[in-house]
Every structure is written in C-alpha cells, then in structure tokens.
Write a protein that binds this ligand. Structure first.
Ligand code: CO
Length: 207
C-alpha cells in the first residue's frame, strides 16, 4: 500500500523504451523545454493530453482541471497561461473538452455535490447563456454534449479576453487560440472551428 511498486516498474520500462529509440532523449529534454502548445483540458483520466495526439514529453505544456475551465480569478490557470505565453512562447493554446464530461453532467443536475458546486457554477453560467438552444433538444445525452461544446467555446473566449493573451497580440506575438472536443467513445478529436489568432478576429467573432 505504501509503495506503488508496479508504477515504478512501469516507469523504468518506459524510460528504457524511450532511450532505446533515442538514447539522448532525456539528456536533451533536461536542458530545456520548448513546447509549441499549451493544452487546457479536463482532469478526466480518459483524456490525457500527450497520448491523444501521440506526442512525446517536451511538446505540450499542460493544465487540466474539472471541465477545462478558464476562470478569470483562477491564479493557477492564469499563471500557467502567463508562463506558457510569455516565457515558453507557445504558438497555440488549445482548450480541449470532451463529450460526456462528468463536470458538465454534474452542473446540469438539480442536486448538491458539496464544495465542487462552487466550481460547477461557472458551467451553470454557460448553460444560462445558451439555455434556449440546449433546452430545445430532447435527448439528455445530446443536451450534455452540446453544453460540452459550448463550454469549450466559452473558455476560448475567456482566454482571448485575458490580459496575457491581449498583451501578446498587441505586441505582435504569434498566438492562436483553439477550441477542440474529444470523443471518449472512439478516441477522435474534433475541431470546433473557433480558432482566433489576433485582436481583429476576436472583435469580429466574440461578443
Ligand atoms: Co470532463
């Protein structure tokens, strides 16, 4: 119980495997990281950033929380964005949600969940903005999945409105904000086509 032996075993095997295909891999990475992507995703164990896009360590800077939210007062998430944009100079910020998200489901339920309800309140706000569209659907699963998509779009808007991204665009830094959604049932990513790359696009597409 105290020592998770199997995980350490797996770790050693993994490190060996990586070294076999590239003997200098860890040495190179230990000197610096220069990821091109910042991934903001859900904590859900079925949606691991690197695995989904089949990328090695060193390629994606990652922040995950329940239901992939970007809240303007969340210093944790904002610090990640600031470091990624200002220091690592990532070229892409990807908000990746997923269908059937437990956080989204919980936010739509009419019952109490304790502390987490304060976090889920942010999703209930997204639901309220789009209530007509969501309530027009009959099927519960479809309603949840539409809110999963709308939530991603809302979070990309939050990123675009952040002072960090605004300053980056004002100074001419190359930076694109993307909204994607992942299907747990087949492992496939979908682009929600809400990519924004500068202030002009933002003022045209985000109200
Ligand atoms: Co989720």
């Amino acid at each position: 119980m105290r020592v998770l032996k199997n995980l350490f075993e797996r770790n050693r095997n993994w490190a060996e495997k990586v070294k076999k295909s590239d003997p200098d891999f860890f040495l190179k990475l230990s000197k610096q990281q220069s990821p091109e992507y910042l991934w903001i995703g859900c904590s859900d164990s079925r949606v691991p950033a690197n695995e989904i896009v089949d990328m090695l360590p060193g390629t994606i800077f990652v922040h995950r929380n329940i239901a992939n939210l970007v809240i303007h007062t969340d210093l944790n998430c904002l610090s990640v964005i600031q470091y990624a944009v200002e220091v690592l100079k990532v070229k892409h910020i990807i908000v990746c949600g997923h269908y059937g998200c437990g956080g989204i489901k919980a936010a739509m339920e009419d019952k109490e969940h304790g502390l987490i309800d304060n976090w889920l309140q942010n999703i209930r706000d997204v639901y309220r903005y789009h209530q007509d569209r969501i309530d027009a659907l009959q099927d519960e699963k479809e309603k949840i999945n539409l809110l999963c998509e709308l939530n991603v779009i809302e979070q990309t808007a939050n990123i675009c409105h952040s002072t960090i991204v605004q300053s980056a665009w004002k100074s001419g830094q190359e930076l694109a904000v993307h909204g994607w959604i992942y299907n747990i049932e087949d492992g496939i990513l979908k682009d929600l086509n809400v990519c924004i790359t500068n202030l002009d696009e933002m003022s045209q597409r985000i109200k």
